[in-house]
Write a protein that binds this ligand. Structure first.
Ligand SMILES: Cc1ncc(COP(=O)(O)O)c(C=O)c1O
Length: 380
C-alpha cells in the first residue's frame, strides 16, 4: 500500500544508510572529506565513494534533495543555495545559448528579473506570455524554443495553472517543462506526476516553514537533474549543510502546518470577501482536493490609505517573504514585483491596493480581527 503524504514526510527512505545509528542525520559541517591514501581519492572519481568536497556534494543537501524528490514522486533532485539558484540550474539543464524559453508573465518578480537580465546575458531568449491563454503560448513557439516555465499557483495573483494543457502543448512541440511549485508544495500538487520534467521549490518558504533558512531544490527527470548538478557545482550554487538540515527538519511538519494554514487561509478568504473595504479577494480555486493553499491576496477598495493599512496591522508583520508559521503581509508592488515594468504590473493587476497575505497557524479569529482593524483604520 502506498503510504500517505503525512507518513512519507516523516519517513524519508534514504538509499545510503547513516554511518552511525543516530535517529536524525547529523550535520556534516565540513567543507571537505579526508582520504586515507591516493587510491581512496581515486575511488571517489570512480564513483565508489560519495563525497570529496562540499561544493561538489555533502550528505545534508543530498538528504534534502532526496526528501523533496520522494515527496514529489520524482526520481532525483538537487539542492541549491536559494530558490533562484535552483531555478537557474534547472533552466540551464534544459537550455543553452541560442535557445528560447517561454515563461508566464504572472511569476515571482525575482524569477522574472533572473530571466530578463541574467539568462539574456547567457544568450538565452525569454518570451513572456499569459499561460491562461495556451494558444498565445503556442504562438510564441519557434524552432529554438526548448522549455515552458510557470508556477503551479502563481505569485501574487494565485492562478492555478492547467498543468495538463501545458504538458500536452510541450509534448506536441517536443519541449521540456518546468514548474515552480513553491506556493502549492508537494502536499497540494505534484506536477511531476502530470508529466512536468522539472519541479522547483524555494525551500525558503513552506518546506523550511520557519523563515530561518534560504534554500532551493529542483527535482525531476534524472538526466536533467544530472546536468543541473553539474551546473550547480560549476556555478557554486551549493546549499550549506546547516541550511539543508534545518529544511529537512521543517519538511517533517509540512503536512501539519499546511493543513492548518490552508484551513485558516480558506476561512480568511471567505471572511474578507464579505468586507466592504476589500474590492477583490484572490484565492485559488480547485488547486487540489486537500485545499487551495495558504496565501490570500486582497485588493483594497478605494478610497484607502495603503500606508495606514500597513501601519495598523498590530502583531501582523510586514515581511517580504511568505510561508512561515506566523501570518505576515507583503506589498508586491514595491517588493516581490518591483522589478516588473509599471505597464506589466498594471496588466497583471498588481495595483496600489494589492496586499499579499501569508496565512499562518494562529487562531483564525485573531487573524481576521487584525485585518479588519487595519482595513477600517485605513478607510478614507
Ligand atoms: C514562487 C517563488 N519562487 C522562487 C522564489 C525565490 O526563492 P529564494 O528567495 O529562495 O531564492 C520566491 C521568493 O519569494 C518565490 O516566491
Amino acid at each position: 500500500m502506498t503510504k500517505s503524504f503525512e507518513t512519507r514526510a516523516v519517513h524519508i527512505n534514504h538509499e545510503k544508510p547513516l554511518p552511525t545509528n543516530s535517529k536524525v542525520t547529523p550535520i556534516y559541517q565540513s567543507s571537505a572529506f579526508s582520504f586515507k591514501d591516493l587510491d581512496d581519492v581515486e575511488a571517489f572519481y570512480q564513483g565508489k565513494k560519495d563525497y570529496l568536497y562540499s561544493r561538489v556534494g555533502n550528505p545534508n543537501p543530498d538528504e534534502l534533495a532526496d526528501s523533496v524528490a520522494q515527496l514529489e514522486g520524482a526520481p532525483s533532485g538537487v539542492s541549491a543555495s536559494s530558490g533562484l539558484a535552483a531555478i537557474l540550474i534547472g533552466v540551464l539543464s534544459m537550455v543553452e545559448a541560442g535557445d528560447e524559453i517561454i515563461a508566464s508573465t504572472d511569476i515571482y518578480g525575482g524569477t522574472y528579473e533572473l530571466f530578463q537580465t541574467e539568462l539574456t546575458s547567457f544568450g538565452i531568449t525569454v518570451h513572456f506570455a499569459d499561460f491562461k491563454d495556451i494558444d498565445a503560448v503556442e504562438a510564441l513557439i519557434t524552432d529554438q524554443t526548448k522549455c515552458l516555465y510557470t508556477e503551479s499557483i502563481t505569485n501574487p495573483l494565485l492562478y492555478v495553472e492547467d498543468l495538463q494543457s501545458i504538458v500536452a502543448l510541450a509534448k506536441k512541440h517536443q519541449l521540456k517543462t518546468m514548474i515552480d511549485n513553491t506556493f502549492a508544495t508537494p502536499y497540494l500538487i505534484n506536477p511531476y506526476s502530470t508529466g512536468i520534467n522539472l519541479v522547483v521549490h524555494s525551500a525558503t518558504k513552506y518546506l523550511g516553514g520557519h523563515s530561518d533558512i534560504t534554500a532551493g531544490v529542483v527535482v525531476g527527470d534524472s538526466e536533467l537533474i544530472q546536468k543541473a548538478k553539474t551546473r550547480g557545482v560549476n556555478l557554486g550554487t551549493t546549499l550549506a549543510p546547516m541550511e539543508a538540515w534545518l529544511t529537512v527538519r521543517g519538511i517533517k511538519t509540512l503536512a501539519l502546518r499546511m493543513e492548518k494554514q490552508v484551513t485558516n487561509a480558506q476561512a480568511l478568504a471567505t471572511r474578507l470577501t464579505a468586507h466592504e473595504g476589500v474590492k477583490t479577494v484572490y484565492y485559488p480555486k480547485h488547486a487540489s482536493e486537500k485545499g487551495n493553499g495558504a496565501i490570500v491576496t486582497i485588493d483594497l477598495a478605494d478610497p484607502i490609505d495603503v500606508g495606514t493599512f500597513f501601519k495598523s496591522l498590530g502583531w501582523v508583520k510586514i515581511v517580504p517573504t511568505l510561508a512561515g508559521v506566523e501570518t505576515t503581509v507583503s506589498y508586491p508592488k514595491t517588493t516581490s514585483h518591483r522589478a516588473l515594468p509599471t505597464d506589466v504590473q498594471q496588466s497583471l493587476g498588481i495595483t496600489e491596493g494589492l496586499v499579499r497575505i501569508s496565512v499562518g497557524i494562529e487562531n483564525i479569529d485573531d487573524i481576521e480581527a487584525a485585518f479588519v482593524q487595519a482595513i477600517n483604520a485605513a478607510k478614507k
